[in-house]
Ligand binder design. Structure first.
Ligand code: GAR
Length: 292
């Protein structure tokens, strides 16, 4: 249940605890205040009292949780949460974030994310639009996926990416607001991280902080996990900072490593987890951001 909530709200375990405490304290404060107010108007206890109590509590609740959220550092979360409720009640459509997917390889994750966007779009929902596929390899499979889905592509030139502005100007001028790394193998330069603070996420095919860092990608990760005799592996979705595979973790999911697993069979299990969770985590994370 906690894992589901973490994913649903796009928060880590520590913030989830603070959010739940805020809900509990905000709820108690709201109940207490509603009862005190009802004492002032002196209604007899009975059906009408319950009705007025529920109505008063409903009106007070948003203010109570917002108040309590401040000392717990959760004001932004609850502001977004309440806006989301307000928009749902008003039937208002939320804006979509413009996303660039960075990929260097086959692009199976990119494809799942695009499919999620297309399904949501058809249902008149969805929190993001994949506007651009960014790639560093002219032969990468992800470029055909982009063509199949009629999505613009940008082929990176190493010198400009690593030693100039990391294509930050180009990306912002195209209206990109959020970057998703899906099997992208170059290190993200500091200039790009600064241009997109807290707006770049990555997926890593292991349970970070183990088996991350420079040179740890794809099958190399699975080989290391098997060689170490691990009983489980998994995926980590995390924010990107200036150190390889290091930023705050948003979501993790596990799978078993069996005795007869090879890097190829483990990769298959990991890909399944990635495809199941990455599109959904992005959708939820941006839903929360859009409603703020
Ligand atoms: C994915 O398994 C992803 O976790 C991994 O590359 C694969 C890309 O697959 N990324 C890393 O290893 C980053 N350190 P895909 O091209 O089929 O999406």
């Amino acid at each position: 249940m906690f894992e589901k909530l973490k994913k649903h709200w796009g928060v880590d375990g520590f913030n989830l605890i603070l959010i739940l405490i805020t809900f509990a304290c905000g709820g108690s404060l709201c109940g207490y205040t509603a009862r005190k107010l009802l004492l002032l108007i002196n209604i007899e206890k009975g059906f009408i009292w319950i009705l007025v109590y529920l109505l008063t509590a409903t009106i007070i609740w948003p203010f109570a949780v917002l108040l309590v959220s401040v000392p717990f550092g959760q004001f932004n979360f609850f502001k977004g949460y309440l806006n989301k409720i307000k928009n749902r009640i008003g039937g208002q459509k939320l804006p979509k974030r413009s996303v660039a997917i960075f990929a260097s390889g086959a692009g199976s994750n990119a494809e799942k994310i695009i499919q999620q966007m297309e399904i949501a779009e058809k249902a008149g929902k969805g929190s993001f639009k994949v506007s651009l596929i960014v790639c560093n390899k002219p032969t990468a499979g992800v470029l055909s996926i982009a063509a199949n889905h009629r999505i613009d592509t940008l082929l990176l030139e190493k010198e400009q990416f690593l030693n100039e502005d990391g294509y930050a100007t180009e990306l912002t001028s195209r209206g990109i607001e959020f970057i998703v790394l899906a099997g992208f193998l170059w290190k993200i330069p500091a200039t790009l991280i600064k241009a997109f603070p807290n707006n770049i996420i990555n997926i890593h095919p292991a349970l970070l902080p183990k088996y991350g860092g420079k040179g740890m990608y794809g099958d190399k990760v699975h080989q290391a996990v098997i060689a170490a005799g691990e009983k489980e592996s998994g995926i980590s979705i995390h924010y990107v900072d200036e150190i390889y595979d290091h930023g705050n973790i948003i979501f993790q999911a596990k799978c078993t490593v069996d005795q007869n697993d090879t890097p190829a069979t483990l990769a298959k299990k990991i890909h399944q987890l990635e495809h199941q969770h990455y599109p959904e985590v992005i959708e939820k994370l941006l839903q929360m951001r859009n409603s703020r």
